[in-house]
Ligand binder design. Sequence first.
Ligand code: GDP
Ligand code: MG
Length: 695
Amino acid sequence: MIKIALAGNPNCGKTMLFNTLTGSNQYVGNWAGVTVEAKEGRLRDEQDVIIADLPGIYSLSPYTPEEVVARNYLINEEPDVILNIIDGTNLERNLYLTTQLCEIGIPVVMAINMIDIVKRNGDIINLDEISEHFGCVCFEISALKGTGVKKCAKKAVELARTNKGVPPIHHSFDDRVESALHFISAMLPDGTDMLHKRYFATKIFERDSLVSADFPDCESIIRDVEKYYDDDSESIIADQRYKYITSCIDECRTKSGKIPISDRIDSFVTNKYLSLPIFVLIMFGVYYISVSVFGGFADYISDNLFGESGLKLIAAQFLSSINCAGWLISLITDGIIAGVGSVLSFVPQIVVLFIFLSFLEDCGYMSRIAFIMDRLFRKFGLSGKSFIPILVGTGCGVPGIMSSRTIENVNERRMTIITTTFIPCGAKLPVISLIASGLFSKAWWVAPCAYFIGIASIISSGIILKKTRLFSGDTSPFVMELPNYHMPTIRSVARATWDRSLGYVKKAGTIILLASCAVWFLSDFGFYNGRFGMVSRMDNSILAYLGNIAEVIFVPLGFGTWQAAVATLLGLVAKEEIVGVFGVLYGSIGEGFTALSGFSFLIFNLLCAPCVAAMGAIRKEMNSFKWTAFAIGYQCCFAYFVSFCIYRIGLLFAGGRLTPSTVIAFSALAFFAFMLLRKAPKNSRLPEKETVNAA
Ligand code: GDP
Ligand code: MG
């Protein structure tokens, strides 16, 4: 078995190369922090070669959890070759990591990626110079276009097979540092792998907290060097690496001096005044097109394909022709076909949404949104870093919550986990669409409105939480590099769309199928006149009985019917199931809702606790029962508040009378405004140490 590790800066194309080499289908996004775990796969043509896709790292001195994952893999898993992917448009920063990778002691193959953009900008990279300086073979590749990829992989495999144990050359620091490193190397215990000696010596010199070293003698050596340079050891090392790169970069690359196209687009898209309107316009377009323009498809499919004149009829006729029992026919047509069918009829819309999202991600626009939102967030003391999980969450909340790992500050991370699922994910789209088409005759504003209510909820929750003792503190800096724009290939958009849509269809075939059977059973059986059996009126079913208990909670929100209560509860299994439940219970959504109560229902379900999978992710990332409970409690309370205000104040606007409920709604709104606008209490958080002393 041979192991090749793909290492490089965030967003340099590792995952894309991994997918090409292994034929797998990992998530590629055009921003930093997409891959948070090491993924292994087998090389397509050579089954004994394992390729590992690692999270992006800027250096081997990790700051974030995913950087630790990458480093541990490189050191502990002992790959035979490191394939260092380098973003050719950003050589300096990428080579900084290369200088460190070369010190590990494992052969390194360099792949200068994004060569298509480099060429478009008119720059020239001198491969021979780079090879010579860094002592490793060097290739030009484009993971996107597939150029040079095969040749590069072949070389890496060849090196892994033949060159075991021959370390690459590494660059030298100043004499003083070098002699300190030699000294530390000599102190290392005999067991230390010869290969890694230089790496460990450097780490000890930098006083890396994760490399446990107990060599008091080293400390005095390090101090001497620090005194000489009047700087701390870590900075000395970093400084000398950069000096080295600067000294050779001009030989390695010739710049054309043209302003890259990406920068020209950005002067527009990230412009102070234009950026927000452009963002609103784009997201508006995305939701308008996928929900309203393609909304007709859902109706058409549910009516003709799965409906009374379609599959339902055919199945019913066929089953009765083979003398199937009545209850079974009902289970299949009214349960499975109705439930699964209503979820599946939204597939075209889901596909359209996913095409848009994949396109926006891949072309590089999504990372601009995080950048733009950072400017907005910062005004409120929030960090734009929190917006990346939210962007991922637009597809599915689970990876969204997982990508909060890239946020170091624990308060900000928790806050992000709590608010990420406010954004409507793919599974919520059918619910939006159902309400928009069933109750608002596909009004253009309903779907975009749902999206922007999600964003507003995130921002306002952020502001409110930040002002409480639990989350107060400084906002951590957010440096986001903006990746180059590029035209996504049809293949990569298709792949991402296919992947996500397939997930949706799979869920329809599993969870939704089971849930539909359960809903059918519970809504068709019950106690009537003291006997258990099939009931002719659904109001007598077990489901109605259970729903009746739960419905009181939702009476103030305007949808206190047992059907809506059941749908909301089953929405916790999977949000698509809300549509599935209505498919089984209602002929049309208009039977159970007015436009206003439908809207209140929609908003509640968008904002309340997410599905079990997402709740599981929250539990995992929070790593605490208390915090998970807080998150879910907050989401439900917030959703309840928003829906209550919408419904009660909406009633008033629709010509209703002022009732005690309206007064409560206005008071709640006033309280909300107060929490939002109040000054953050000073010293709201006691310094941790003092608390301990007091106790
Ligand atoms: P990772 O963070 O290193 O795993 O990077 P990804 O594989 O997720 O890719 C980051 C972005 O760079 C994606 O938008 C890719 O489409 C894009 N990308 C990757 N390789 C190339 C390339 O060779 N040329 C261009 N133009 N874009 C690329
Ligand atoms: Mg990746």
